[in-house]
Design a protein around this ligand. Sequence first.
Ligand SMILES: Cc1cc2nc3c(=O)[nH]c(=O)nc-3n(C[C@H](O)[C@H](O)[C@H](O)COP(=O)(O)O)c2cc1C
Length: 275
Amino acid sequence: MSETEDLVRNRYGIDVAVTDQMNETLRTILSHRTCRTYTDEDISDETLNLLLACAQSSPTKSNLQQYSIIVVRDPGLRRKIGDLVPSMGWLASAPVALIFLGDLRRIRKLAELRDHDYQNNNADTFMNGAVDAALAMQNLITAAESIGLGTCPISYVRNRIDDLADILALPDGVFPIAGLTLGYRADAGYTAMRLPQDIVIHHDRYDDSDLADVIEDFDDRGHQRFALPPEKQRHTDKYGVLEKCTWSENVSRQLSLPERDGFAAYLKRKGIDLD
Ligand SMILES: Cc1cc2nc3c(=O)[nH]c(=O)nc-3n(C[C@H](O)[C@H](O)[C@H](O)COP(=O)(O)O)c2cc1C
């Protein structure tokens, strides 16, 4: 089995016919794994600047660049943000934490400066800002992993969104997408299996008619590779602990209760319309 086939098999837990091509970029992307434990080794400003340049090299809608990134190195500030997410201690302890923001403010200010109307306070602009920020974050993740660093996105920073906005002085038109911790890996981590192409990739038109069958196989493969321990099973107080808690069971449990349902209200308070 070639290295390419091996990495793809590891991603899905099944064989997929792929061309036998390999290079550093493909290897980095196919080997992706989130990192939640870091060594104490710091990251130099120059390394960080390089990674930020990679982040800013991502595509961006109409080159509007409707995102910002806050680099948080100050330990006091890190602790304050970490306190908002006590279950994710690495947010405060990783050498660097970045906060990715959708930023609809900059162009509103530029419109004023250039004496133009601004007529795009709407859901489409919100989406463009969110996508821009996400693409920048992904570029940074890939760049970091390519030089041996590890990262972990943290959407949990939105759990206490008003406190976060206060700590970071987020003005109107700016909203957090996710945090991202960055540092040298303290462990190898593991490859999280992905859904088979059969149900994520559609050909010519959308068709999910075989979802139930395909997901059963996927759940079995996932359980064989990594049986979900009780502490990783969601809402056990409501649904109990299962010997075989599959991916589909766990994600259904997760979304059976509202998560961060105050987000739309936050956007409204920050002057962002979703009409
Ligand atoms: C937008 C976004 C938000 C995330 N938020 C969190 C988080 O709050 N806490 C966490 O531990 N992991 C978080 N993750 C990491 C995912 O849990 C992880 O990507 C997923 O389990 C797949 O694992 P992998 O990235 O190692 O393949 C987030 C990932 C993304 C893309």
